[in-house]
Design a protein around this ligand. Structure first.
Ligand SMILES: [Zn+2]
Length: 121
């Protein structure tokens, strides 16, 4: 099929490229930080001392609609933050690509009007 609007295509290609990059690392969920007491009853965290943390926690709605989540190991906290940010950026780009796709379909529909009338496609 010939591209209906050559002006849209570079934008679309750019977005599709960005989307692919982001999708590679995107993580679904919201990040929260928690402070916890540990399993050692003699530890400072069970008295006046500061609790342990912050622990990064990612929560999300699972397939059955139940909220679930996991603690993030310290060594990958930064990556996880960036990956969750990538997810949000991805949603934004998907919205943009949806707009472009819509414009594209509308233009195709204008072109097809005559073809539709004769029953061929
Ligand atoms: Zn403790």
């Amino acid at each position: 099929m010939k591209e209906p609007n050559p002006k849209l295509e570079p934008q679309r290609e750019l977005l599709l490229h960005e989307i692919q990059q982001l999708a590679r690392r995107a993580l679904f969920g919201s990040i929260s930080q928690t402070y916890r007491t540990c399993g050692n009853p003699g530890c400072r965290c069970h008295r006046d001392g500061p609790k342990h943390g912050p622990h990064l926690y990612v929560s999300y709605r699972g397939s059955k609609g139940k909220t679930t989540g996991y603690y993030v190991p310290r060594a990958i906290q930064e990556e996880v933050r960036q990956s969750v940010a990538a997810w949000h950026q991805l949603q934004d780009y998907l919205q943009q690509i949806s707009d472009l796709n819509k414009q594209r379909l509308m233009e195709i529909s204008h072109r097809k009007k005559r073809t539709f009338a004769t029953g061929s496609s």
